[in-house]
Design a protein around this ligand. Structure first.
Ligand code: UGA
Length: 427
């Protein structure tokens, strides 16, 4: 099949590369010339496991290319909208990229045969029908007759995006009409996953409700974890005991310094704004946001207990990315923690295997070390903020060069057989 993917952020690019590797002919469309140049050169604008290799395979096989000019493309079977939906001040989502992509697509389909437009961006219930559809119909073509329209949310995790693309837990197809849905079902026919067909706004809400539920689950275990800390209980032992109950499940019960990333806070805020708009205000969603805002500060609180006078101390910060496996620092707990340390005039020796360059743009003046050992050298305390695999290999020798051996984990990562004498935020 011939597929256009509009927007080459992490969702768009991973989706494009995924479809190209399944043998489809894919064109990535993006307004950013530099991004387009990079993609055509086989360079990925983001770090994502396996993406570079698969992109170069797709380029070699002539299955993918990128352009800024959608009008240079001839006929298409599918056009995916995968542009960003950033937050506005009031928590609602900003639809400017969705609107401009829809307008470009309207121009494109004006003189084309039937193709199916698929909204993959995370958009609030009713957006596809009330915002995207009317813009597309300005082409003079009718949805359901001259072109198809679907909403197909993505559930890709950063760091595991390609694995998730090829092995989804489910595929959700929100369809404007049966023909549109039938077309998209054909595209996904080679996937071995349960397929849910529903209407557009239900598909939109499935995405938000899923992310909000995951954020709730993490926040719940973080609250239990905070209690555990005061009770001298390891929250991970509690999570193990809970997770074996099939109704609860073991995933997303890892307590720590709170969720970060570009999705959870933004999506919870947007769903909260929508709940207010439809006069059914969610109490749980605003509480989740409040709790998660405070959660990174738990590690500062513990640090101050151990090192009451933080003024001018050297703190090793291991891990800057919002989670392991990515260079993404959006909403990373490390941002809040570094800002707190700087308020106390701490000297920060940071280390992250992938995210230092991104953090440098935000905090140009802290130290970016080449290894965890370098960061630990002569530090007064160490905070572990991301669960990178390489931190699992750290042994007591790596910590021997610290001035004082205060080690606090925000994510449970150190190997208890290799290091002793450390504590965690909820263990
Ligand atoms: C999340 C969802 O998991 C994806 O299904 C969804 O497609 C994506 O958002 C999106 O909407 O685009 P992602 O933000 O990549 O994916 O990261 P997660 O793996 O969900 O982790 C989010 C945050 O929660 C990270 O900071 C992570 O460290 C934290 N987390 C996760 C915990 O603190 N505890 C856990 O048990 C799990």
């Amino acid at each position: 099949m011939k597929i256009i993917v509009v927007g080459s952020g992490y969702v768009g690019l991973c989706t494009a590369v995924g479809f190209a590797n399944l043998g489809h002919d894919v064109v990535c469309v993006d307004i950013d010339h530099e991004k387009v140049r990079k993609i055509n050169n086989g360079e990925t604008p983001i770090y994502e496991d396996g993406l570079e290799g698969m992109l170069s395979q797709a380029l070699q096989k002539n299955k993918l290319h990128a352009t800024t000019d959608i009008d240079s493309i001839k006929e298409m079977d599918f056009i995916f909208i995968a542009v960003g939906t950033p937050s506005k001040e009031d928590g609602d989502i900003d639809l400017k990229y969705i609107k401009s992509a829809s307008a470009d697509i309207a121009n494109f389909i004006r003189d084309k045969n039937y193709c199916t437009v698929v909204v993959k961006s995370t958009v609030l219930p009713e957006t596809t029908e009330k915002t995207v559809l009317p813009i597309l119909e300005k082409s003079g073509k009718k949805a359901g007759k001259d072109f198809g329209l679907c909403m197909n949310p993505e559930f890709l995790r950063e760091g595991k995006a390609l694995e998730d693309f090829f092995n989804p837990d489910r595929i959700v197809i929100g369809e404007y009409d049966k023909k549109s849905g039938d077309e998209l079902v054909k595209l996904y026919s080679s996937f071995n996953a349960p397929l849910i067909r529903t209407n557009l706004k239900t598909a939109e809400l499935i995405k938000y409700a899923s992310n909000a539920f995951l954020a709730t689950k993490i926040t719940f275990i973080n609250e239990i974890g905070n209690m555990c800390k005061n009770l001298g209980i390891d929250a991970y032992d509690v999570a193990d005991g809970m997770g074996l109950d099939k109704r609860i499940g073991k995933h997303f019960l890892q307590a720590g310094i709170g969720f970060g990333g570009s999705c959870f806070r933004k999506d919870v805020e947007a769903l909260l704004a929508k709940s207010k708009e439809v006069k059914s205000e969610s109490k749980i969603l605003s509480t989740i946001l409040d709790i998660n805002k405070d959660q990174p500060l738990k590690i500062i609180h513990l640090l101050k207990k151990r090192l009451p006078d933080l003024e001018g101390k050297t703190i090793a910060v291991l891990g800057l990315a919002f989670k392991e496996g990515t260079d993404d620092i959006r909403d990373a707990p490390s941002i809040v923690i570094i800002s707190e340390l700087l308020k106390h005039n701490c000297k920060i020796n940071s280390y992250d295997p992938k995210a230092s360059n991104n953090m440098r743009k935000l905090y140009p003046d802290i130290n970016y070390c080449r290894s965890a050992s370098d960061a630990l050298n002569e530090s007064d305390a160490c905070l572990i903020l991301t669960g990178w695999d390489e931190f699992k290999k750290l042994s007591y020798k790596d910590f021997n060069n610290m001035n004082s051996k205060i080690i606090i984990e925000g994510r449970k990562v150190l190997d208890r057989n290799l290091v002793t004498g450390f504590e965690g935020v909820s263990w």
